[in-house]
Design a protein around this ligand. Structure first.
Ligand SMILES: *Cc1c(COP(=O)(O)O)cnc(C)c1O
Length: 496
């Protein structure tokens, strides 16, 4: 087990910095007494070299897309071109402040304004807001717009329909906005069951939230009929576009009849988003809903970009300033660099890679909803379970082969689900290597299942009791005040 940086605390460290010209006392006299602390802050004292080694070694214990293949690419992490980080770090972006006058940040406002136009064009919507900070936040925004729209029209609607294959944030967002969630069934082809939808549609339905392609990676072929049915019942159609990886430049939710969409810039476009942030979940709407968008909107009048001054029907402000600016800049640069043809190429390659892997893996794992998939597909470890090995064990064993664990047990409609999305940037060699690894694991399941059940064997932390780890975390250190020789009383950390 590695030591904590606190355990490496030592006063015998070497510093290469020259001694201060003034004494500590002299400097302290210049600081008003109320700002001077009574005891040292309790930070570990470690030499620079030891600090560098400590954090470099820690970083190498982790998986990252720069070192490892991620079988559920865009949802967890797909490759984000490094040039985009360089662009976003430019001082032209990093050293401006949202409180500056409109006149001083015209360039930034222009980018935000153009980004709204690009996203509208990509999705077939009429107007976008860039405020929401992630996908779930975008859903929340879209449902507030839904609610504001129905309220203004004097309609009391209480229900939101959601297919049973939907991402968990969909029902959570609907519940957060005060709606009753009603599930719509999936048919044997893995698509929304239109007959079940008809039964559940009524005057009470505020909207149907859909993901297309759905989380099984299948395109909802009845989408035009579904849109007609929902609109006829007086409801809105909401598009969960967290993952647009399959549609860029090919088809548009706006053309399919969707009224509101959210996108995850951090999944489809280019934003590294490991460990929960930072994301960006812009929301687009059709013409009739523009007035409800979060305020203030960014407008263009002649050559000047400015904030809308009044917005009586707006749902209000959802996030400080303009959303996650750094995330938006990266995605803006990605869209600009790729252009219309390049974006289409992203989706075509994502679809090709997913279908290649599916074709190669379908003899090892059952793929319950077959047919051509879009950017992802879901396999089942049902057959492996009969031999006592579950999807969880396979995901853990993959770590030993330096492959990140795919999403498992989602969507819920597939037993022992293993979700695979290779993304557009992975080479055929990497995909073939992944197949070889899964073949090897499958051989182990037949010949020596215990190896898989005990995995991972080579990671810094082996199989852990996840429930106990979450419920009763063992925080290994405790702080105490201690007198050190020749020093002021100092807070040090005692490791238990
Ligand atoms: C990831 C995802 C979300 C949620 O997005 P966050 O940015 O994680 O809040 C919603 N729907 C689908 C289909 C997703 O894949």
């Amino acid at each position: 087990m590695s030591k904590l940086i606190f355990e490496k605390h030592s006063l015998n460290h070497a510093s290469w910095l020259p001694a201060l010209k003034k004494s500590e006392e002299e400097l302290l006299r210049k600081i008003p007494g109320r700002f001077v602390r009574g005891a040292a802050p309790g930070l570990p004292e470690v030499s620079e070299l030891d600090v560098v080694r400590h954090f470099t070694n820690l970083s190498q214990k982790n998986f990252c897309v720069d070192a490892n293949f991620y079988p559920l690419g865009s949802c967890t992490m797909k490759y984000n071109p490094k040039a985009l980080d360089a662009i976003a770090s430019s001082t032209s972006f990093s050293q401006i402040h949202p409180y500056q006058d409109e006149d001083e940040i015209q360039g930034a406002l222009k980018i935000l304004y153009e980004m709204q136009l690009y996203l509208s064009e990509i999705t077939g919507m009429d107007e976008f807001t860039l405020q929401p900070a992630a996908g779930a936040h975008g859903e929340f925004c879209g449902l507030l717009i839904t609610s504001a729209c129905h309220k203004l029209n004097g309609n009391k609607k209480t229900k939101v329909l959601i297919p049973d294959s939907a991402h968990g944030t969909n029902p959570a967002s609907a519940a957060l906005c005060g709606y009753e969630v009603v599930q719509v069934a999936t048919n044997p082809k893995g698509l929304v069951d239109v007959e079940d939808l008809k039964k559940k549609l009524s005057d009470d339905v505020a909207c149907l939230m859909m993901t297309n392609p759905n989380t099984l990676g299948l395109f909802e072929q009845d989408i035009l009929e579904i849109a007609r049915l929902v609109h006829k019942a007086g409801g809105l159609l909401y598009y969960d576009g967290a993952n647009m990886n399959a549609l860029l430049g090919i088809s548009r939710p706006g053309d399919m009849g969707f009224d509101i969409v959210h996108l995850n810039l951090h999944k489809t476009f280019a934003v590294p988003h490991g460990s929960g942030g930072p994301g960006s979940g812009p929301v687009g709407v059709k013409k009739d809903l523009i007035r409800f968008l979060p305020a203030p909107r960014i407008l263009k009048e002649e050559d000047k970009y400015l904030f809308e001054k009044t917005a009586p029907h707006s749902i209000g402000k959802l996030r400080s300033f303009f959303g996650n600016f750094g995330a938006i800049i990266r995605s803006y640069a990605y869209i600009k660099a790729l252009g219309r043809e390049g974006l289409r190429g992203v989706s075509e390659n994502a679809i090709l890679n997913a279908n290649y892997l599916k074709a190669r893996l379908k003899d090892i794992f059952e793929v319950p909803y077959g047919g051509t998939c879009m950017h992802e597909f879901v396999m089942s470890a049902k057959a492996q379970k009969k031999r006592g090995v579950r999807a969880l064990d396979i995901a853990k064993r993959l770590l030993d082969f330096r492959v990140y664990a795919p999403t498992i047990y989602f969507p819920l409609v597939v037993e022992e689900a293993l979700m695979v999305e290779p993304t557009e940037t992975e080479s055929k060699e990497t995909l073939d290597e992944f197949v070889t690894i899964l073949l090897e694991i499958n051989r182990e399941i037949h010949e020596n299942p215990q190896t898989v059940l005990d995995a991972p064997h080579t990671t810094p932390v082996g199989r852990i009791d996840e429930v106990t780890a979450a419920r009763r975390p063992n925080l290994r250190y405790k702080r105490e005040l201690k007198q050190e020789a020749g020093n002021k009383k100092q807070e040090v950390v005692i490791v238990k």
